[in-house]
Design a binder for this molecule. Sequence first.
Ligand code: PLP
Length: 451
Amino acid sequence: MRLRGTMRVNEAGRLEIGGCDTVELAERFGTPLYILDEAAFTARVAELAAAFQAAYPGEVALVYAGKAFLTVGFARLLASLGLWLDVASGGELYTAKAAGFPPERLLVHGNNKSDEELRMSLEGGAGRLVVDNLPELRRLIRLAQGKAVQTRLLLRIRPGIPVHTHNHMQTGQEDSKFGLGPDEITQAVSLLRDAPHLRLVGLHAHLGSQLHDPEPYRRLAEGMVAWLERVGELYGQPLTELDVGGGWAVAYREGDREPPIGLWAEAVGTGVQEAAAAREMPLPRLLVEPGRIAIAPAGTTLYRVGAVKTIPGVRRYVVTDGGLYENVRAALYGANYEAAAANKMTAPPDRSLPTRVVGKNCESGDVIADNVALPPLEPGDLVAVPVTGAYHYSMASNYNRLPRPAVVVVHEGEAELLVERESYADLIRHDRIPARWVQAGALPESVSRRP
Ligand code: PLP
């Protein structure tokens, strides 16, 4: 496993992250455990900011995509770094508000925002709201009537640009549930021309995720500037903001491609500048929405081995306390990861059989990392899986009624909880027994008790 961020192997041959020994972290916080390397995250944010500032002479807003990973504590870190934050649901918005995230730096997404979510956005003074569809816009116009609205609008467009990634991670193609097509954009603008209490300031698009190729971003940037001009003319006021979404790829395993962030920034920055210059338009404020590229490499998940099963001539299964309840990406996208024995970092790998790290969910697709190099392992050993900062905790579930793991942030030898581990009591907190079933004899006798 490649050591990332502040990872190092300490004198005891154990994996250390953020100056914390992972064996001690497992003892203190239990497993599975999501570990967030704060310095790795802040370094990545600095890298993103530098790349976009170098590639684009206009104003740039880095809008972290909260869907990748968001907690109240983490939102505070985002705010302190000067980031903007994109939220895609009432729950993410509520989290940001609970953290005291500056509302003017919030951008609200969602392809089916409820009235409550729209109200929360308007009343909380969210800086930007991205309109996904016409029915939503009609409801928004009605809900905002008579209110002093701070929230500025962007229209999400369907750019119709194909990209090479897993089907489930494409969002900008013509056949997509997200955004407005050309006719719908025109209709949206005419609705907004009659709604002076709302203000349209720009356009948004998101091509998809885990994209390696800068070329679609250049096309997107150029196409969106053309739309910006056209929509501004229709609207009767120039539009000043262009949001090109996120989606730049990360390497999950050694050998995976992770092209430099500069290529992404360059494609977007040049695309916007050239298209704006060709139209003699002032440079718009550029918004970018990195999620995975910002946070994925800063996360590592730590597992305890429960059993090692060897099928002669076939495979070695390393069975852990994790699974698709805490990492659904393998089952959802066929994602694969590296792994290391966190308590035996200097032990040579056992290559006698292919090794698959699996979890405890009742599915054969419950794979955590496949074909990994791990030393001989026994119950009680620890396995670390890197690059799990994005779409792991945020996609976790209680499948098989398993409590979701804790999240700790590590920094310069200190480890602190961002999220507590769920308890069994948490799992049944919202369960209810229908009144009829509470009374004795109210339920039919069980089949097994019948003669
Ligand atoms: N912006 C929007 C609108 C998205 O839908 C997503 C991901 O789904 C992102 C940004 C972040 O994408 P990524 O995490 O791949 O950078």
